[in-house]
Design a protein around this ligand. Structure first.
Ligand code: ATP
Length: 575
């Protein structure tokens, strides 16, 4: 989207001053018996009579005139008239796209446009879409009119001005829509050095050395050095850059994919990746060691930083399901030992207010339930990093934990989850929007630009066009999310796992199980499934009933949903 052409900056143009692009005029032609008559005042695709000139064959050169008349002969079609090369789109099925601005119809000279939009001009119709992907109006069977930069026309109750052509690929990928906004949390520059009183001679401090040493030697064998800020990152030129090296105490345990994961999280955390957002989702599948990767990053950030070597984080909060809170504590102990870092675990005795008062234990671990209950107090603690384990719990933006988290004044957020997309893309949107506010745009726009076209393209009866646009949008979405989402599968740790051994052990059914089994398999519903004439969809119901029976007969709860089956299976006999 061309922000320089924001509606507020585009007043209506005065009569006769519309600038015509010298290189390209696009003409939409519909052969009609009215074509030779002057257009009535408020017909679709006609310029407002007062201030917008209508392009017709008398306003263009000879060659173009020929093209127009040729095109007009063949009915509805598109023609591009160009000064240097003339190409005929009359028979073409090509769709063309333009950026545009739109507003209410009015004759006021200095009116502000209400919004940016996109015009989709196909052979048969012209559609105006707003910058959120919402269709604002459509015109089919358009009458003879022209398209070029600066051209204005009416579409329904709106007036539209064409800006520039958009490439087909930008439209198919959804790039022309307004969506990616940078995170609201900009990278904080290092704090300026504190003012120091001039000292009396003789008591002068030794001159600070210009060379700062990294905490661990980057030259050591096996040293893991994190990336330095590059030219994309803004910082004061006098700031000294120091290598950040992972503590070898942890580094020697890290597997290759874990090193990559720590580097990825570090780059996001520091805003070094494209887009500059500072949140990320580590979506490695189960067992890849997301906890160790997070602990490594936390430990590094608590002691080091690339700018003047100053640590980047002073306080870190880890939010986890209550069943995993002590697991986190144990993992800290396992990898760092209590003498290096003793996390502050919030429970009935230790409150967030106690954590806020002390400075020796920088890492606070809290369950989601206690986090929500203490949200108001926690909001006042200046955390530099928040890590959320099993973050798919935030798949709904309206639940309290999501709302409380979104309110935290800490832009450095790391979400850990093995299942970032559980059911649909709107759940993923919620995660992304909390971790990097605004990165996927507004929810309604995301739905229209990505979710709906992608879902539509996966339906079995999707047309070729629908499939193409869905695939392109999916590709584009992947590209956007790859900046802040990292996912690896268990292939990464295959080499570290012992071979899988499967043992099949057959167990004889008990007498009760055998009787119930006969009851179930002999009932009307199951019999009709077996002979293939069951019209309902109770297959899964019976499968889970039989699976429960294998575990224990008392799990066959017949007071379930399916009344018909309940009547059919006479479990009362068993009691
Ligand atoms: N480099 C390593 N060397 C040895 N053990 C490791 C290493 N990385 C992780 N582990 C161990 O593997 C186990 C699984 O790790 P972890 O719980 O972090 O996985 P995860 O990705 O968080 O899985 P989940 O999605 O189930 O939470 C843990 O017991 C952890 O201590």
């Amino acid at each position: 989207m061309r922000r320089s052409l924001a509606p507020s900056q585009l007043p209506f143009k005065e009569e006769g001053v519309i600038k015509r692009s010298p290189s390209s005029i696009l003409v939409l032609i519909s052969k009609s018996k009215d074509d030779d008559k002057p257009p009535p005042m408020k017909r679709m695709f006609e310029a407002p009579v007062k201030n917008v000139p209508v392009i017709n064959s008398s306003t263009i050169d000879g060659e173009s005139k020929k093209l127009l008349s040729d095109s007009a002969d063949s009915g509805i079609g598109l023609a591009r008239v160009s000064n240097d090369n003339v190409s005929d789109f009359t028979q073409s099925s090509e769709t063309l796209y333009f950026s545009a601005v739109w507003g209410k119809q009015s004759n006021r000279k200095h009116k502000k446009w209400e919004g940016d939009g996109i015009l989709v001009v196909s052979k048969m119709c012209v559609t105006l879409i707003d910058s959120d992907g919402k269709e604002l109006g459509k015109l089919s069977n358009a009458k003879l009119k022209t398209f070029e930069s600066g051209e204005r026309f009416y579409l329904g109750s709106r007036e539209v001005e064409i800006l520039d052509p958009i490439s087909q690929s930008d439209f198919l990928k959804g790039r022309c829509f307004e969506r990616c906004q940078p995170s609201i949390f900009a990278l904080k520059p290092p704090r300026p050095a504190q003012f120091q009183l001039p000292v009396i001679s003789g008591n002068a401090q030794p001159i600070k050395s210009n060379i700062l040493k990294p905490r661990h030697n980057p030259e050591d064998k096996g040293a893991i050095v994190l990336p330095r800020p590059d030219s994309k990152v803004q910082f004061n030129s006098s700031t000294r850059i120091v290598d950040v090296v992972i503590d070898p105490f942890l580094g020697r345990h890290l597997r290759k994919h874990q090193i990559d994961g720590v580097i990825f999280m570090y780059e996001c955390f520091m805003g070094f990746r494209d887009g500059g957002s500072t949140g990320c989702i580590l979506a490695d599948s189960m067992g890849l060691g997301k906890t160790l990767q997070s602990i490594t990053l936390i430990w590094t950030m608590l002691h080091q930083g690339p700018f003047e070597g100053k640590p980047i984080a002073k306080r870190v909060m880890i939010i986890a399901p209550s069943s995993l809170v002590h697991n986190w504590e144990k993992e800290f102990q396992r990898w760092l030992g209590r003498e290096r870092l003793l996390p502050f675990v919030i429970d009935n005795k230790n409150k967030p207010t106690d954590y806020a008062k002390q400075f020796n234990r920088p890492v606070m671990i809290i369950s989601y339930e206690l986090f929500v209950r203490n949200a108001e107090i926690i909001e006042k603690i200046p955390f530099d990093l928040v890590v959320c384990d099993e973050a798919h719990r935030m798949k709904n933006l309206k639940v309290k934990k999501s709302e409380s988290l979104a309110r935290l004044d800490c832009g450095r957020r790391i979400f850990l989850t093995g299942t970032p997309i559980q059911n649909d893309l709107s759940e993923f949107f919620a995660l992304a929007d909390i971790v990097n506010p605004g990165i996927l745009g507004r929810p309604s726009a995301f739905k229209r630009i990505f979710e709906d076209p992608i879902n539509a393209s996966r339906l079995p009866d999707a047309s070729e066009d629908v499939r193409e646009i869905g695939e392109m949008r999916a590709q584009e979405l992947n590209e956007i999310i790859s900046k802040f989402v990292l996912r690896r599968t268990q292939d990464m740790i295959k080499e570290f796992l012992p071979p899988k051994i499967e043992n099949v052990v057959l167990c004889k059914a008990s007498q009760d199980q055998a009787v119930i089994y006969e009851e179930i398999t002999g009932c009307k519903g199951v019999r009709s499934i077996f002979i293939g004439c069951y019209s309902g969809c109770a297959h899964l119901y019976y499968i889970s009933l039989l699976r429960n029976l294998c575990n224990h007969p008392s799990l066959c709860n017949v007071t379930g949903n399916n009344e018909e089956d309940e009547r059919d299976v006479d479990f009362m006999k068993l009691r």
